[in-house]
Design a protein around this ligand. Sequence first.
Ligand SMILES: [Mg+2]
Length: 207
Amino acid sequence: MISAVVFDLGNVLVDFDYRIAARRIARRTRMSPQQFMDFLVRSPLLAEYEMGRVTRQHIFNEIRAATGFEGSLEEFALSFGDIFTEIPPMVQLQAALRRRSFATYVFSNTNDMAIEHIRRAFPFFSNFDGYVLSYEHGVMKPNARLYEVLECQSGRRGAELLYLDDRLENTATAASRGWQVILHESPEKSQAAIRDLGLLAGAERGA
Ligand SMILES: [Mg+2]
């Protein structure tokens, strides 16, 4: 019996585009936006940062050394974090589930600059029962250890948990632990899947 719904963040609750950061940051470096993107994609820095193995200061120092970035850490953090747009039908879906007394969780591979920005920019982000964020636990999805943290924090396991994520490797680990999963492809499909599971009744059915 599902009692909690777990949401991936990127491509599920918010869209993100690192090219937005690349355009803004590259202006303050000796690189073009494309060169900055290529650097970011090739570098192991972002994954290390999202696993909490390096600090914000460290990733800033490394990027400054590699690119010639001229601004402060504060300026960098603002540009680096501001790459998200809310996905309204998914935010509304979370709110509808919450009104029906389901616990809701955020479960994300992310970093502290992103989360600082999201907390500030999107009020919906405060309306969850808990947050399991890769950089706070030293491990990323699809590593099972992060799923154990979610189970521990929520006090739930197996089929009590319903999980939405847009990446198959992430839903696969969840399914192997007995969680119910929805591979998120579009808000319409995920809404329909949740209605089919019977989680939204009455007036909320059409939401
Ligand atoms: Mg995602």
